[in-house]
Design a protein around this ligand. Structure first.
Ligand code: SF4
Ligand code: SF4
Length: 641
């Protein structure tokens, strides 16, 4: 088989394909998105045969679609990030009661840090809440094996199974042997077979709950006998236990390797310990872990996000009347949030093993590398909208239209959350996908003296915004919905959505019109503008904001990552007065003061040539070539055309 260097997410896609997955669906979200993109690419290249792959409108839609496919006997794969599972949870909670016929795996990527999320929630908790088995890989290689096993487990017990990697597993790369092509496992000839089990109702739920409770101990036993909870004893008769979950297993192993090296250099013995990975967190593999803790007095637990394994060990200790002490997140022996690291595990393990403090400052090759990395002093840069980003003009125009009118600007999840930064300062609230529209309604009811506006991107509108629009019309809330339509799902990597008409299976469908959906819901005041043109944008915003009742503005211009830049703008220093309004009011990163600090200047390497700054300058001192062409900025300038 050819050997390929694969990112974790790519490897998980290959694992599912080699397991015969037939239908793959999800919603984009860092750090999970590359899995579906890999399946789509392999399908397009003729390598992944017989598979259906799609970005669904949101996570709930994806999981429900997959439930239908799994009822026919097809193997199915769901993907999302951790907060996406909140959206799909309504379906998941019931689906575990209904069960599946074809194997179903939920690939839910957690984001310790968080690096790109609004919460540090732990999907292992969600798994135990939903009574769904969960596998927690420590490396991409282990994840590859877990993914394939998860399909078997799912079919054996007719339950969805969660595979829960974290960011570093999703995004690290290693070599894998993969076949030339894969074939989806055919759906059984009988396909969907009518059966009472597919219809959930209270009496059946009660019965199904009992079936779940009955099968969980069997699943725990299967997990205990799997290869995913390895145990290693170092030295003889250890009294110390090191228990790890997820990527922390790899960090702790590396830290222990460094400690062993230092002990060898110092000519001292390494204390005995037992190393345990809990790779199958729920249901807890007690049969494997309980004997591994025999003779242990002190246990340290390394895991990320929540204290899931720690809780299980405390419970086990009580149930078995064992006498070991458990240390971890709860007593702050380890970090109580965020990511672990080799350095962090090293410090804590040196202390736990009773070694001298200077063992934690190892001059090893690994330290040299990490030291070099730390010596690169990149300047701290706050996240900012790209130069030429259409959202900048949208926010600026709305604030111009509001003038001094009291207002609350409700943001949402997407690139445009960055509108909160100065100088735009245009996001007052941000909660979760689609919440801006409904939060605005609550504010308009409780604080009618302020105009409530809701900003929402095109992808988020389809994913979670429509219900809020219907509620606004139904209850006649006085809000203005600002649609920031940049024709893509920009923040997660430019994925298509229903408004683009592009699908992962190749053929285009007709783009679904946001305006027609607003119309259909009963929004009667809808204005439009290209946000790169200030005057028309302020006019459109003014009209919608002054309307009493639900209104909408559609700002439409493509994301800068989709288009080739125009000729850069240029400052005429004869006209420039040095008022710096262009810099201070918009915050485009391509604009700065010149070296003398007397005029504005445009960094031609950053400028996208959108021309918005030319509209903002009151002294006509900025020349944007696109304005002279009579064309709309970026019209017909899509990349690849
Ligand atoms: S707004 Fe115009 S006049 Fe003022 S600094 Fe910028 S380019 Fe110069
Ligand atoms: S034209 Fe002006 S606003 Fe647009 S990217 Fe260039 S400097 Fe920024």
């Amino acid at each position: 088989m050819p050997k390929r260097l694969l990112m974790g997410n790519e490897a998980f896609a290959w694992a599912a394909l080699t397991a015969g997955v037939r239908v793959v669906a999800g919603y984009p979200g860092t750090p999970s998105s590359e899995l579906i993109e890999t399946v789509a690419r392999l399908h397009r290249d003729g390598i992944a045969r017989g598979v259906h792959v799609e970005w669904s409108t949101n996570e709930k839609a994806a999981l429900e679609l997959l439930a239908g496919a799994a009822y026919t006997g097809a193997r199915t794969l769901f993907t999302c990030k951790q907060v996406g599972l909140n959206v799909a949870s309504d379906a998941l909670m019931s689906l575990n009661y209904v069960g599946v016929k074809g194997g179903m795996v939920l690939y839910v990527a957690d984001d310790p840090g968080p690096i790109s999320s609004q919460t540090e929630q732990d999907t292992r908790r969600f798994a135990s809440f939903a009574k769904v088995p969960v596998l927690d890989p420590s490396t991409p290689e282990q994840g590859f094996a877990m993914m394939r096993w998860a399909f078997e487990l799912s079919e054996r017990y007719q339950t969805p199974v969660i595979v829960r990697p974290t960011t570093r597993i999703c995004h690290s790369s290693t070599f894998f042997d993969v076949p030339d092509h894969t074939d989806a496992r055919p759906v059984p000839d009988e396909g969907f077979v009518k059966d009472k089990r597919w219809v959930i109702f209270p009496r059946r739920s009660y019965q199904a709950h009992g079936e779940i409770n009955d099968r969980l101990p069997h699943i725990a036993d299967d997990m205990a006998q799997s290869d995913f909870n390895p145990i290693a004893t170092v030295g003889t008769a250890p009294h110390l236990g090191i228990v790890c979950g997820g990527v922390s297993t790899a960090y702790a192993r590396e830290a222990l390797r460094l400690i062993k090296q230092r002990c060898s250099d110092a000519g001292c013995g390494l204390p005995s310990y037992r190393f345990i990975q809990v790779g199958t967190t729920y249901p807890f593999p007690q049969q494997a872990i309980e004997p591994a803790l025999d003779g242990i007095d002190e246990v340290i637990v390394f895991e990320e996000l929540d204290h899931v394994i720690e809780d299980e060990l405390q419970r086990l200790c009580g149930c078995t009347h064992a006498s070991y002490n458990v240390h971890g997140r709860l007593d702050r022996t380890t970090r109580d949030r965020g990511e672990n690291s080799v350095d962090d595990c090293l410090q804590r393990l040196v202390s736990f093993l009773g070694l001298p403090g200077n063992f934690a400052t190892l001059q090893s090759a690994a330290d040299d590398v990490s030291g070099q990395l730390h010596d690169v002093h990149a300047p701290m840069r706050p996240p900012v909208l790209c130069s030429g980003c259409p959202h900048r003009g949208s926010f600026y125009a709305v604030k111009q239209a509001l003038k001094k009118q009291p207002a609350v600007l409700c943001g949402d999840i997407g690139c445009y959350t960055l509108g909160n930064a100065m100088p735009l300062d245009a996001v007052d609230t941000c909660l979760c996908m689609g919440a801006g529209i409904t939060i605005a309604q609550g504010i308009s009811v409780a604080d009618p003296g302020k105009k409530a506006l809701a900003f929402i991107g095109d992808s988020t509108f389809f994913a979670s915004g429509i219900t809020g629009v219907v509620n606004a019309v139904y209850n006649q809330h006085d809000i203005t919905i600002v649609i920031l339509d940049n024709s893509t799902t920009a923040m997660t990597g430019l994925q298509p959505h229903p408004g683009t008409g592009q699908t992962l299976m190749g053929p285009h469908s007709d783009p679904i019109s946001i305006e027609q959906m607003l119309n259909a819901a009963g929004v009667t005041c809808i204005t439009h503008a290209n946000p790169h043109f200030l005057e028309e944008s302020v006019h459109a915003a003014t009209e919608a904001i002054s309307y009493k009742g639900p209104s909408a503005i559609i700002f439409k211009a493509p994301c800068m990552q989709l288009v080739r830049p125009e000729q850069p703008a240029r400052v005429d220093t004869e006209r420039c007065t040095g008022c710096f309004r262009c810099i201070e009011r918009m915050g485009c990163p391509a604009l700065a003061k010149d070296d003398a600090g007397t005029h504005a200047r445009v960094d031609a390497t950053l400028c996208a040539g959108c021309g918005l700054c030319a509209d903002v300058c009151p002294f006509d001192a900025i020349d944007a070539p696109v304005r002279d062409t009579g064309r709309t900025p970026f019209d017909g300038m899509r990349k690849g055309k």
